[in-house]
Write a protein that binds this ligand. Sequence first.
Ligand SMILES: NC(=O)c1ccc[n+]([C@@H]2O[C@H](COP(=O)([O-])OP(=O)(O)OC[C@H]3O[C@@H](n4cnc5c(N)ncnc54)[C@H](OP(=O)(O)O)[C@@H]3O)[C@@H](O)[C@H]2O)c1
Length: 264
Amino acid sequence: MDLQIAGKKALMAGGSAGMGRATAERLAEAGVELYISARREERLVRAAKEIAETYGATVIPIVADSSTDAGRATLFEACPDPDIVAITIKPPAPNGDFLQVTPEMWRESIETTLLGPIEIMRHYIPHMKDQGWGRLLNIGTFSAKNPMIWRLMSGPARSALINYTASVSREIAQYGVNINNILPGMFATEGSEENAMAYADAFGLEHDHEVIAEHFQQHNKIPAGFAAIADDMAPMAALLCSPLSRYIVGQNIVIDGGQHYSLF
Ligand SMILES: NC(=O)c1ccc[n+]([C@@H]2O[C@H](COP(=O)([O-])OP(=O)(O)OC[C@H]3O[C@@H](n4cnc5c(N)ncnc54)[C@H](OP(=O)(O)O)[C@@H]3O)[C@@H](O)[C@H]2O)c1
């Protein structure tokens, strides 16, 4: 399928690993000029080089933290006029006892998972409106719709994000600018691997990968029968970043192997 985005400029904020990288690869494969950002430089530069070599694409790495004003300023300067902006972050670590969640933890969650994406979208929307076309995509979490007691640092702020995008997307669709969200369930990524020990701590488990995996299986009944890999969501992400999605406005696409049981 021709995504009709060859020659467009695409920014994947959070593009050096996991679902951000998989999305970046599908966009590069479709012929965009690609900008990818992340906080950790070494992995970012390596990802940019690998994607450029694999797809013959132009890939510009930008070291920038999407959750800070300074990081976003760096992003905006390095990539001033993208046609496509996709945004993600590392999954926040699981919280333990909800009574131990402090105001500082809430502030960090909100800065990272809510304000970062909102401020990035707010910056780029006027340019997209002016040019009469744009695509904005958030890679959030299914716990925005499916509350989980151990995902308090991830779900509640993303519920607010999809509330915000539900409204803003209806304001800007008339200009050819669409916002949608992908809400992933359980994916085996670099980020989930980095959280494995925090998951063990949240449930009082031994720091043992087999114990963690077994607990995870028992507590996450996934009808599809497996935890996904990032490529299980990237084709949908690329579609939502293309002109082919012109009638898809303000939607939340859950990709979770059927784990979240709901009609809508
Ligand atoms: N994996 C899962 O099972 C799962 C489940 C539900 C929801 N999700 C959601 O899916 C999204 C992607 O998760 P993932 O597992 O693909 O993560 P990942 O493997 O950790 O990849 C995240 C990417 O974003 C970058 N990043 C993280 N924080 C950033 C920041 N503040 N500013 C700029 N770049 C940042 C990371 O690089 P640096 O760390 O170097 O910055 C990396 O390139 C997240 O929103 C997560 O909450 C994941």
